[in-house]
Design a protein around this ligand. Structure first.
Ligand code: ZN
Length: 1008
């Protein structure tokens, strides 16, 4: 149904419905201000009526999700004036100083005149009898004015040019060798003395266009963008072709090009821009790898899994050679760039070369190390296998970037002492680009490698990979994908164990997957899981169907263990053939018992390492296994604000727990919407960064990611609430969208995806969303909070309405990229609230910033050692590390002299990290740690680490409890705090403990 033409139909329909007219001399029966919603200049004293302002100007319920709350409260529209002006600003370069440029301004608009009709609908003389006999006739108006550009203000009454009651205002200001010009139309009309007469005082379908007649040309508006850091220098280079020629005022505006030159500037009430798709096939240099008739097929996982070592190496080398060819081509272009960009361009080329070098090193390791090669090929087998399961037999073909990323990372994940272990490799790919598959391949690789390298006591089992997400929605969906890959690995292991020829021994411990997310989604103990009541949202059953055959899974619980089985027989299910039981654990107790090879958790959950000694096994502590070798931090941009600071602090503990013989785990991650990634990664992970793919000379081509001009891309449309309430506009917009098309679709009640929805409902919702229209239970309309901006991959979503500009650009990009991922070209309509300055600015410059969407992503603040974060959780990090790392400290918190030395060693480790990340805080942290150790050592009465109910003998208590009881409990006064009873957060998200308070009515009665 949806095709590019249909999308254009939507846009045309919006313009007809919201701006008008349907016909040049139309006669309409609705009052014009009711028929049309935007593109209007109101009488200059028109106030916004209170009934239009029922929601304070915001079409949202602001008690909704805290995260989607608008960052500024809407200004009440009450008594605010409706817009009586609209215009645009631009810059112009005069030809010489002796002559003035002349511009031609074309104004068009319409007024609607009231007329009367009889019962048969024929026009009659005199005023209408009543509203039913009232009609409105469109009277088109236009004016053309040529103006000489002299500095200063000019006003032209357009009455002399044919439009009575409209004034043209012009302000010209010199700016270096340019002239900047602001042009505005201002209504001079006043409100009518009756509502009917009032209608005639409005100008509708207001249009303003500017062209140059002589002596000048349009120039890009002077940029106020300072190049202060590496990111802004990169942006200046790769977006050098994006120029802003015009901005709107009240409305939006755009430049009409004639080839390279700007022919005309014009205002726009419904601006629309296509944001092109990014192709993951890569630059044309990779085309030779896609040739179907070649017997070397390095992009095909199945080929990679099976070929001989020399063929494998040769095939992989072709991938890197193609990239090197691209680098050479770009390097040759540097000298033709304007001088100011050349140094930066050379830096980019160097980064690209470094990447290619590392990929070659990956190939060397595959060539020279038998285990690395075997692990790589087993990983390819597993990936190919799970892909066939999910795509009904389709073979997995890598996109060049996915394979290149694997090669890039392999040496430093395989070799524990590799120097790039200290570098976080950040996969930087526009949303929706198959990053997960690249991670999963690396996950399979390291799991297999550990098994192959098993020696002596260590059988290569244990948690090999920690995959961390920030939100539960993401976690559940990713869990399902990752489970398929893990089961494929386990299937290979079982086949090897049963003597399948050609498979290396992969040990006896199952290769399994665990989910570690928190009690709201999964139970902590088997007993808890058994005791839960039906409908309890916390359930171990996080996987419902067999990834291999699609049959329902059967979950069984006993006080001793839980089991998950595929219900198919061994004939229909490849997996069930080797044993029905699946290695998946979602109950904390079992996660600790089985230490699954891949553990997927939320960032928050890691705050638990302070409370639970059990969790230490995840890091290999107290087991014969090596600690995790790989940490995957997906969607890095989501770790921001307070969560970021807390996560950064806890990261100190996690990093230390994963460290063995001074070796730290490899960290990889992804994002496409982050600025100053380098700083953020330094602060969070205490590691350097390699962004992959490294940027080239243009934003549209990094070798691996290339702007795809053949696909329709995503159409972004803007709409302003100017003169209307947000609710009114939202209704008008949605009404128009729903009626669009030859046969308006019958819609069911909207579904909801917000934080009010429980985890298991989210899972069901994702399944429902995948059902195509017309199928029973399919979703027609979905109301979503910003929750939708995270990792949701539903190909059928085609149209999104965004209510007001999201808090950050990153969120806008993430949320809007959920539509148009499949075959349907996406449309995003964003409604900008003209009462909010940020929204207005986004609307007025709509076209420009959409053309370099990723450029202006805001930098997030990174302050893990800020003093507030220290106050909240520095002690937690100290306790976690002492508890897990200092011998004899795991159960009882008594810090005697010997153990105190251990605690001081831990303190100096933390201090050293602060010195690297945030030297300014070092002294403060050092002092605080010293004081913490002193306080702790002085408490010889301690029995437990954490007990909210026996505070006199506990070292920690929950921050929430502390805040709630601080006023009424003498243990918690200043004296208590001095005795070191440390309030500690339960999760990283609730960074400020809630303090319940009671409103007492007594005061009021006493006062009177
Ligand atoms: Zn099955």
């Amino acid at each position: 149904m949806t095709n590019p033409l249909f999308r254009d139909q939507i846009l045309a329909r919006l313009a007809e419905d919201l701006v008008g007219p349907l016909d040049r001399y139309e006669i309409i029966s609705d009052r014009p201000t009711q028929r049309y919603s935007t593109g209007i200049l109101y009488p200059r004293d028109a106030q916004i009526e209170p009934e239009e302002d029922e929601d304070g100007g915001l079409a949202v319920n602001i008690t909704e999700d805290a995260a989607s709350e608008p960052e500024e409260a809407g200004v009440s529209l009450h008594a605010a004036l409706k817009p009586a002006t609209a215009g645009l600003s631009f810059a112009l370069e005069p030809f010489g100083t002796s002559v003035h440029p002349v511009i031609r301004i074309e104004v068009a608009c319409a007024v609607y005149r009231r007329l009367a009709v009889d019962d048969a609908g024929h026009e009659v003389e005199g005023p209408p009898r009543d509203r039913a006999h009232e009609r409105w006739r469109r009277m088109p108006l236009s004016a053309v004015v040529d103006m000489e550009l002299r500095n200063g203000e000019t006003r032209v009454d357009l009455a002399e040019h044919g439009i009575e009651g409209l004034e043209l205002y012009m302000l010209v200001t010199p700016h270096v060798d340019l002239q900047t010009v602001t042009l505005a139309l201002a209504s001079q009309r006043s409100r009518g003395d009756s509502s009917a007469f009032d209608e005639e005082q409005h100008f509708f379908q207001v249009d303003l266009q500017v062209a140059i007649v002589t002596n000048g040309r349009f120039a890009p508006r002077p940029s106020r963008r300072a190049q202060t850091d590496e990111d802004s220098r990169t942006a200046a280079l790769i977006y050098r072709d994006v120029k802003e020629y015009v901005v709107g005022h009240t409305c939006s505006a755009r430049a009409i090009l004639d080839g390279e030159a700007v022919a005309k500037l014009k205002i726009e009430w419904i601006p629309a821009v296509i944001v092109p798709r990014v192709s993951d096939r890569g630059d044309a240099v990779f085309d030779s790898l896609h040739q179907p008739n070649d017997d070397r097929r390095p992009l095909e996982a199945e080929w990679l899994a099976k070929v001989s070592a020399p063929d494998l190496v040769e095939g992989l080398e072709r991938v890197v050679a193609a990239y090197q060819q691209w680098i050479t081509r770009e390097a040759m272009r540097v000298s033709s760039l304007p001088g100011e960009f050349q140094a930066q361009a050379n830096r980019h080329i160097d980064r690209c070369r470094l990447g290619a070098q590392r990929m070659l090193e990956g190939i060397t390791s595959i060539r020279t190390d038998e285990d690395v090669r075997a692990a790589f090929q087993l990983a390819q087998s597993a990936m190919a296998m799970q892909f066939r399961w999910s795509r009904k037999g389709t073979a997995l073909k890598w996109r060049p970037f996915q394979l290149a990323f694997q090669l890039l990372v392999i040496p430093s994940v395989a070799e524990r002492s590799h120097t790039d272990r200290e570098v976080m490799d950040l996969l930087w790919f526009p949303t929706g680009g198959g990053k997960t598959e690249a991670y999963l391949a690396l996950t399979a690789f390291i799991i297999m490698l550990r098994r192959l390298q098993a020696t002596g006591e260590d059988d290569g089992a244990g948690v090999a990979v920690l995959m961390r997400y920030t939100l539960r929605l993401l976690t559940v969906q990713q869990f399902q994908r990752a489970a398929a890959m893990i089961f494929a690995c386990e299937l290979l292991r079982r086949r090897a164990a049963s003597g399948d020829i050609g498979l290396a021994d992969l040990g006896t411990a199952p290769i399994g997957i665990g989910l570690w997310v928190g009690a709201a989604a999964t139970p902590l103990t088997l007993q808890e899981a058994l005791n839960r009541s039906p409908g309890d949202p916390s359930t171990p059953e996080q996987l419902t169907t067999c990834p291999c055959c699609g049959a329902k899974l059967s979950w069984k619980l006993s006080p001793r263990e839980s089991t998950v089985e595929c219900t198919s027989d061994s004939v229909t299910c490849e997996l069930a053939e080797t044993g029905a039981r699946l290695p998946v654990w979602t109950i904390d107790e079992e996660v600790y018992r089985h230490t699954p090879s891949l553990l997927i958790g939320t960032v928050d959950k890691f705050a638990q390492i302070v409370r639970k000694t059990d969790a230490a096994v995840i890091f290999g502590r107290g087991t014969t296994h090596a600690p995790p070798d790989l940490i995957i931090q997906d969607e890095l941009h989501l770790i921001s604000g307070p969560l970021d600071s807390m996560a950064g602090l806890y990261e100190v503990a996690i990093d230390e727990l994963c460290r063995a013989d001074s070796v730290r785990p490899k960290v990889i991650g992804s994002t496409a919407t982050i600025r100053r990634a380098e700083e953020q990664i330094r602060a969070l992970f205490d590691r350097g960064t390699y962004q992959f793919p490294a940027p080239g000379l243009n934003a549209g081509n990094s070798g691996f990611a290339v702007t795809d001009l053949d696909s329709p891309g995503r159409l972004h449309v803007g709409l302003t609430t100017a003169g209307r309430s947000a609710t009114y506009m939202l209704q008008a917009l949605v009404a128009s969208l729903l009626q669009c098309g030859e046969q308006p679709r019958r819609t069911e009640a909207p579904a909801e995806l917000t934080s009010r929805v429980r985890s298991y409902e989210i899972r069901d919702m994702l399944e429902r969303l995948n059902k195509s229209a017309g199928v029973p239970d399919a979703v027609d309309l979905l109301v979503a909070s910003n929750m939708i901006s995270v990792g949701m991959d539903i190909p059928r979503l085609g149209l999104m309405v965004v209510n007001a500009q999201p808090k950050t650009l990153s969120e806008y990009i993430q949320a809007t990229s959920r539509v148009g991922r499949g075959d349907a070209p996406g449309v995003v309509v964003t409604m900008y609230n003209s009462m909010r300055a940020r929204d207005r600015s986004h609307f007025e410059t709509f076209e420009t910033w959409h053309r370099c969407l990723y450029r202006d992503v805001e930098a997030t603040s990174v302050t893990p050692f800020a003093s507030r974060a220290q106050d909240k959780a520095l002690h937690a990090v100290l306790v976690a590390l002492v508890r897990h790392l200092v011998p004899g400290m795991d159960r009882r918190p008594i810090l005697d002299d010997i153990r105190r030395a251990g605690a001081e060693r831990v303190a100096s480790t933390i201090e050293a990290r602060v010195a690297r990340i945030d030297p300014a805080e070092r002294a403060m942290v050092s002092q605080k740690l010293q004081r913490l150790v002193d306080q702790w050592a002085s408490r010889r009465d301690l029995q437990t680490y954490w007990d909210d109910y026996n505070r006199r003998t506990s070292l920690l208590m929950s921050a929430e409890q502390f805040a709630a009881k601080a006023d009424v409990d003498p243990d918690l006064d200043a004296e208590g705090a001095r005795r070191a009873l440390w309030p500690t957060p339960n999760s990283m998200r609730e960074v400020e403990p809630g303090a319940p308070f009671v409103l007492r009515h007594v005061l009021k009665t006493e006062g009177n």
